[in-house]
Design a binder for this molecule. Structure first.
Ligand SMILES: NC(=O)c1ccc[n+]([C@@H]2O[C@H](COP(=O)([O-])OP(=O)(O)OC[C@H]3O[C@@H](n4cnc5c(N)ncnc54)[C@H](OP(=O)(O)O)[C@@H]3O)[C@@H](O)[C@H]2O)c1
Length: 315
């Protein structure tokens, strides 16, 4: 496993990290989740990403239990705030940040998180209030560094322009061979300002593994077949996308790697990406994905894959 510095922080994160959305505490068995977490550490993965809203706290609670007994400084833990936890609990107000952070720490069974991320931008709260509350959380020692997910360049710039508050060190956008939107403005702005990308759905929820075949029903044990996990998969689980990924597979073969490794290596070719956060439904997938770290793939093969992706009709 290779590691990259996370923005202007002193955190060094593994190029492949483990995410917990839909899987931990929700869509996969507890034993498989714990086995995947243990496997992550065996593979040299040191960054775990979660959120208060994943399973309404269930993912954090499972992590809190599973991480018991591991030295706290042996892993980097990131969680998030913003998404509704109840009809009245959501957003980035000072009151919510204080309440949700304490609840996350309790579930995670720890005194601090390494990275506290704003899951989205809150248009109903003044940015100053959010940034001051986050800065106070850092001063109190409950949070080491702060990040955001899916903020627009304008919102990112506004946070950078605020004096006297903590600076963000990470941005968590969706980014993959099939979703290149951050390249235009978010990545250049972040690169100039000491902010790294830690990207979500780098495998387009498993579609970029190439296991979905044109014209076939999805494999029984896949996310697309799981009622608990497939609800937000429609954008990728389309015949045109499956067909395009099928056409990319020979490029991965030529590189001598699996399609999933090819897709992860593509994400990691971008120097501003510090880590690709993968989800897994079983430990074997994590081992296969971790092997993407450090791969050197001929850029010409990537260009061919990009050209195939560019031809996919919009949904
Ligand atoms: N900030 C945000 O708004 C946001 C949004 C979404 C996710 N995230 C974060 O990003 C993480 C990753 O997102 P994601 O789960 O959508 O990522 P992903 O890595 O694109 O997809 C993960 C799924 O793909 C399948 N898979 C993974 N490796 C595979 C392999 N080698 N071969 C075949 N299938 C494989 C597994 O599903 P099956 O085996 O069930 O098919 C797995 O659960 C999340 O856990 C979360 O921490 C953040």
């Amino acid at each position: 496993m290779q590691y990259r510095q996370l923005g202007d922080s002193d955190l060094t994160v593994s190029e492949i990290s483990l995410g917990t959305w839909l899987t931990f505490g929700v869509g996969i068995e507890r034993e498989k989740a714990i086995a995947s977490l243990n496997q992550a550490f065996d593979l040299g993965i040191n960054f775990i990403d979660t959120a208060n809203a994943y399973g309404y706290g269930a993912a954090e609670s499972l992590l809190g239990e599973a991480l018991k007994g591991r030295p706290r400084d042996s892993y980097i833990l990131g969680t998030k705030v913003f998404v509704p936890m109840s009809e009245t609990d959501y957003g980035l107000s000072r009151a919510q940040i204080e309440k949700q952070l304490d609840a996350s720490l309790k579930r995670l069974n720890t005194d601090y998180v390494d990275l506290y991320q704003c899951h989205r931008y809150d248009v109903d709260t003044p940015l100053e209030e959010t940034m001051e509350a986050l800065s106070d959380a850092v001063k109190a020692g409950k949070v080491r560094y702060i990040g955001f997910s899916e903020w627009s360049p304008k919102q990112i710039q506004a946070s950078l322009d605020l004096p006297g508050v903590e600076k963000f060190v990470s941005s968590q956008p969706q980014y993959s061979l099939l979703w290149r939107r951050p390249e235009k403005a978010v990545i250049p702005l972040c690169a100039e300002n000491g902010i790294s990308q830690i990207v979500w759905s780098p495998l387009a929820q498993g579609v970029l593994s190439g296991k979905y075949l044109p014209g076939d029903t999805p494999p029984q044990d896949s996310r697309a077949s799981s009622d608990k996990m497939n609800r937000q998969m429609g954008h990728w689980n389309r015949p045109e996308v499956i067909e395009a990924v099928h056409r990319m597979k020979p490029l991965a073969d030529e590189a001598g790697v699996s399609m999933a490794q090819f897709a992860l290596a593509w994400v990691l070719r971008e120097p501003n990406v510090a880590s690709a956060i993968v989800g897994v439904s079983r430990p074997e997938q994590l081992a296969a994905n971790a092997a993407a770290s450090g791969l050197k793939i001929d850029p010409a093969l990537f260009e061919k894959a990009e050209a195939i992706a560019a031809e996919i009709p919009r949904a």
